[in-house]
Design a protein around this ligand. Structure first.
Ligand code: FES
Length: 106
């Protein structure tokens, strides 16, 4: 079976509503975002002007770019507030025995 999931960290490393910075495939900066039992992964680059969103507010549903305030739905990647209009890339996440795996296929 082809499995493009890679282990990126542990559930215990992320607060109930929080994030973990990871590198996928040694090339893509991404954020694993946790909202209770739900986990998401988005590329850590704002589609408005390339700002890393590592320090952006996360309310459990939307991630805010710290530069100009664009918001993204972390489940779908959709831009929900200007000035961004393009979605941010998302990656599937699986939790296996307390470990976080993200699917990345370049
Ligand atoms: S760079 Fe993110 S809103 Fe402008």
């Amino acid at each position: 079976m082809s499995d493009h999931f890679e282990k990126v960290g542990l559930v215990s490393e992320i607060p109930d509503v929080g994030r973990l910075s990871v590198i996928l495939g040694d090339e893509v900066s991404a954020l694993v975002l946790r909202a209770g039992d739900d986990f998401y992964c988005v590329e850590d680059i704002c589609t408005h002007d390339g700002q890393p969103m590592t320090d952006g507010d996360f309310d459990g549903c939307e991630l805010t770019c710290p530069r100009h305030g664009a918001k993204f739905n972390v489940k779908t990647g959709a831009a929900t507030q200007m000035p961004a209009t393009e979605p941010v890339r998302t990656f599937p996440v699986e939790i296996r025995n307390g470990e976080i795996y993200v699917e990345y296929d370049d």
